[in-house]
Write a protein that binds this ligand. Sequence first.
Ligand code: BGC
Length: 931
Amino acid sequence: MVAFYYKYKSFFLLLLAGVFFLSFKIAKTTNIAISNLRCEYLKNPLGIDNVNPHLSWELSSSERGTRQTAYQIMVSGDSLQLKNDQGDMWSTGKVKSDETKQIIYKGKPLLSGKVYYWKVRIWDEAGKISNWSGIQYWSMGLLKKEDWVAKWIGLDTIYPITAQDKYIVPPSPLLRKEFDITKKIRRATLYATALGLYQVYLNGKKVGDHLLAPEWTDYSKRVQYQTYDVTPMLNSNENVIGAMLADGWYSGALWSHFYRGRYGYNRRLLVQLHIEYADGSSDTICSDGSWEILKDGPVREASIFGGEVYDERYDPTGWMKPGFNVTCWKKVFVDTAISIPLNAQMNQPIKVVKEIKPVNVFELKKNKYQLNTYIFDMGQNMAGWVRLNLPYNPGMKITLRYAEMLNDDSTLYTENLRNAKPVDILIPGKEDRIQYEPKFTYHGFRYVEISGLSRPPALSEITGKVIASASPIVSNLETSDKDLNQLWKNILWTQLGNMYGIPTDCPQRDERCGWMGDAQVFSQTAIYNMDMEAFYRKWFRDIRDEQTIDGQFPNYAPYVTEGLRYYDAPGWVDAGVIIPWKAYLNYGNKAILANNFKAMCKFIDYTYDTNPTLIRTNEVGQNYGDWLNGNTIKASDYPTKGGSVPKDLFNTAYFAYSATLLAKACKVLDKTQQFKHYDSLAQAIRNAFVQKFISNDGTIEGNTQAGYALALEFDLVPPELKAKAVKHMVDAVKAYDDRISTGIHTTERLMNQLSENGYSNIAYKLLESHRFPSWMYSIDQGATTIWERWDGYVKGRGFQDYDMNSFNHYAIGSVGEWMYKHILGIQPDEKAPGYHHFFIKPVPGGMLKWATGTYHSVVGKIGVSWRKEGDGFTYEIEIPVNSTATLVLPTEKRITESGVAVEKAKGIDFLGRKDGATTLLLQSGKYDFKF
Ligand code: BGC
């Protein structure tokens, strides 16, 4: 053996050294993994225009109690250099910080059109360093006005002559240009936008997966442009760039402006293609006077509310190919009068986010005028359109009509669509197979009627394309109750149906506006469901764009009404303060507050100036109050009075709440002077509220469920009256025989306040009830999305008033917030925003035997599962790295974690037992509790 050792001595020594080196290395490296790197809240965004972008990442680890104590970021314009650890644009060195999100880039100036690569590594709580993350990137947009050399192009300028002209939608023009490439391409980037909607094609293929771009903004103030990497789409010799234009929100009819031209009649295209060659040289191809245009493209008519008529016979064969004969085309008109500011699109684009197949098809025998009419049931109320894929060509006009519901005779129920006419018509051309989907419209529907086919269609021949802003879905929730699971799905589907660059109220009727009251009450649910940070940033700017000089906010944004003013409605306009605050609370991003701060102050100043008595009675616009409260329900066996909270009370409660949030925002932003002012204003409004609306016995004027819910939720009830007010709230529910009488503003707030004050049993009762009016009632009627009204459809009575009867309206789906906050128990902490610390307070109740769910917060995944087991419970909890959570378990019994008493378990601080609950502080990691 000794001889053996000497023979191989050097090998042994080497092995020893290796083991030593390896263990040294292992000891030095943390096992925390870095993922989900984002720039400006987006993954690898192209064409951003913030020259100091925000960088974020997430951490995960299988161990408990892991934390980041420092980070290092490197940025380079060259991915190879970065791979070799050279951050020529920015290298932060080791920065002592536990922050993982919204780190502001402070490197060398970022240049127009350039791509930047970045990576990050971190140090953990023991000072151990991580590996470098994978390399991610972003690219800059065209930052300066001079960077835009492209010209706005289109058809000759027209103006409607007669009043009737305003209703006639002209065909979509086709635009094209040929160009040659003679050198090897390194990278090609296309920047595009339009006044109207556009689709751009390179060599016959659509550029990018954006749909309905550019999304709705106040086009009189700004339009967003989109950036695409088109490197693989270019040919090495002859190329053709083509485009189509349509009305969209710019030229098309809009709610309260039911004819063309709210922003302009003339659709325009702006395109700039940058080609960088391998030899370092570059070329720019842009929209200019050299392009050709054809007035009559195959899209004969398209509008958001009116569907699309597509006539393939007008599709000039080969127009997207080089060498196409353009004799019937003419040169474009170059519009030099346009000076609208361009902003990079920094929110997730609208695109196809899901595809679904129909669940049923039947022939509509009723229609004696039109033979061969079939109705497809998509099985899901949705927003988007359908794609036809028919392996036969009837050579006949095919008509698609859309509706959310069916009448009793199985025909489409379309009355609730009001002036929207969701009809897509396809007139087939020469192809012997039909593959068609619309481009420049969208519909809210579950049922699709199709007529004009030569034979009965098969289920496989149509596909539902669900179209929405592609903000990631960040959660899931499942319980032992299948109806509750359906409710959760309905809420998510309703959100998906109403994210079109702005949060719309509904996707089907002639409205589809960014109503701020609805968005406000739904905002916390929206944030639990989807990553809303980039989406809201865009929409907050839309809201600010509509604020008047003296501080008034509109009731909806972008704002289009001419004549009548839709401004000032309390509960709607307050969204300008409330949603930015909610976004800050959840994302921990001070920039959200900073960007909106001036607008928030102006709004509160204006409300105060016009309401010096602090009771908000003046400048209240349409004064909607608690919209769609119980008094609006039409049904026998339901009270006709008693649901509506007095409007002065409702309005003043919102005033107090908004002023309080503004004071909090001042504090976050270190605005000491302004804090003093708004804090004392908020206090004064609260006092005025108490004096005017709350009696000494805790009753609140009107004695409505809504009044108590609002006052308690906005913290307006003095501590000494709180118990009494809660009791009155509970009695107000009893007075309705354990049914809801609240409107869109107070339903979630009632649920929340019941739970906050120890009455989760009542909240569960309301949630699980199948009796009308209730969420489950709608589910029993087959709802797959949230209805605008509790009584949208009532068995025996039929549909509500057609004028306002959407079946895809998220406001009362705000109960999703309650489900996350009280079933899973996940709640953000105002003292540590952005889930740096948060609460988990699940309250098992009702008929539930188990619940499980995750929420992917801005710092990573949170998981909660609980299950009743005999007399006891199990709880599985997951806390993301770099975060801590206060867990409140509903027992004073002995609790174990992975078999060990919680008092001794690793990663847990025992905080105490009191009032039937045990409170624990959890470090990051996974836990398994039993009691
Ligand atoms: C919308 C609502 C909105 C309301 C204002 C309606 O037409 O659909 O959801 O909040 O107008 O009252």
